[in-house]
Design a protein around this ligand. Structure first.
Ligand code: NZQ
Ligand code: MN
Length: 410
């Protein structure tokens, strides 16, 4: 029963229209904002302008960096950090999905640490600028992420990654073909905003992809070796919410009640991965996006998850089976006793849900060339070490090969 539960240090604002009520909180953090967002959606829907107007009305300076793409890259982060430094920004706001929030977090790391270098190198201009990848755990000696990180505000436009309440920033290095979570307690957003008005604009495909992400965070956190009793409750509640509300949210995107439930599930799931840990599906999904940046995080997870659940159930100990049986119950398929048959009900339930929301696609259908499996395995062994170690069942390299192959089809 011994465990450590570090509370996420986030001030969370949740509700309809709350994103244009943030100035008082932002002012406590600084007066010169870099607003980081994607290339289209937030601008087209008018939210970027609404937030700029709101901040400017409260005498907060705003510079916009609207270049973030899904699966954000080291280059974009470094470019954004230079814009933050040039404009002497002292707060970074991420407005958008996980990609924009993660990019904002990473920009806050780079700009925060580089501006300090500026001060020590008096008169030398830009100072020693360190790329975000220097802070990545894939380095033999990553640069430490400290309290020099600029304060971060997250305004989430999708209910999937939980990034608005996590200590992760997931960044892709296209050159090395590595995608990985950079993490620190210093990148918890100081202020996190879940505005249902923004979320009701998520198109059905994004709703489905993000819903799968929420589900896997809860499922993985639940079975992770690092799960604790508090996390377990949040994970089960998150699974229950996904099973009760995702299909309706997918079909009726503007139903505020379902959107609210999914936003809550996303938030629980964020707490889950921050206080437990993701396991094998996430370790294996990141190399897919690293090699195929157009495949979404949720789609990669959907192709892998049923196979990995089955692998864990077939090889799992009693505690693992118990966890999957609890999951079956949260999915509305009550388990009678603890055994593989009852645990497998959760796999069947996940498959049914994926089908209902159009996410029952194998890797090959998503565009993965079977010839790239060996490279993805190598990438997973480097970038997925932590999640692989947290998997409830020991994973060998040939297990990863086998699961990628099984996931090629449906
Ligand atoms: O690019 P724009 O124009 O902004 O449009 C986005 C993007 O094209 C669009 N979109 C987002 N919100 C919308 C919207 N369109 C209409 N209405 C809205 N309300 O959707 C597309 C996908 O956006 P993206 O931010 O990439 O999606 P998501 O939220 O799923 O984020 C995925 C990224 O987060 C990482 C993933 O690996 C991936 O890189 N993750 C971050 C985690 C974390 N920080 O804790 C944990 C997760 O496991 C995950 O790895
Ligand atoms: Mn995820």
């Amino acid at each position: 029963m011994d465990f450590n539960f570090e509370l996420p240090k986030v001030n969370l604002l949740f509700g309809k229209g709350v994103s244009v009520k943030i100035s008082e909180e932002v002012k406590k953090l600084g007066d010169n904002v870099l607003l980081v967002t994607g290339r289209n959606s937030m601008d087209q829907l008018g939210f970027t302008q609404k937030i700029i107007d709101h901040l400017k009305n409260h005498v907060i300076k705003v510079t916009v960096f609207n270049k973030i793409t899904p699966n954000p890259t080291t280059e974009l982060v470094d470019e954004g950090a230079k814009v933050a430094l040039e404009n002497k920004c002292n707060v970074i706001i991420g407005l958008g999905g996980g990609s924009s929030i993660d990019a904002a977090k990473a920009i806050a790391i780079v700009a925060g640490h580089s501006s300090t270098l500026n001060r020590t190198c008096s008169g030398s201009g830009q100072g020693e600028f360190q790329s975000i990848w220097a802070f990545s755990p894939s380095q033999s000696t990553p640069l430490p992420i400290t309290s020099k990180t600029l304060p971060i505000v997250a305004i989430t436009s999708s209910s999937g990654t939980g990034s608005h309440v996590t200590r992760f920033s997931v960044i892709t290095n296209l050159e090395l073909k590595q995608k990985m979570g950079i993490y620190s307690q210093h990148i918890f957003p100081k202020l996190s905003v879940v505005d249902l008005e923004i979320l009701t604009n998520m198109p059905p495909a994004l709703t489905a992809e993000c819903g799968v992400d929420v589900l896997t965070h809860c499922l993985e956190g639940l079975v992770s070796k690092n799960c604790n009793p508090i996390t377990e409750e949040m994970a089960l509640k998150g699974i229950e919410l996904v099973f009760n509300y995702l299909t309706d949210t997918y079909r009726n995107g503007d139903n505020i009640r379902s959107r609210g439930a999914m936003a809550l599930a996303d938030t629980y799931a964020g707490f889950v991965i921050t206080t437990s840990r993701v396991v094998l599906p996430h370790a294996m999904s990141h190399p897919i996006s690293a090699y195929y940046p157009n495949i979404s995080h949720g789609a990669a997870l959907a192709a892998l998850t049923p196979h990995i659940m089955q692998f864990n159930i077939e090889n799992g100990d009693n505690t693992t089976l118990q966890k999957y049986c609890l999951a079956s119950g949260a999915m509305g398929k009550r388990a009678f006793g603890t055994n593989k048959y009852e645990a497998m009900k959760s796999v069947e339930a996940v498959k049914e849900l994926l089908k209902k929301i159009g996410m029952d696609k194998g890797l090959q259908e998503l565009g993965v060339d079977p010839g790239s499996i060996n490279n993805m395995v190598k990438s997973a062994m480097v970038t997925g070490q932590g999640p692989i170690e947290s998997n409830p069942v020991e994973v060998k390299e040939n297990d990863i090969v086998r699961i990628y192959k099984l996931s090629l089809g449906k």
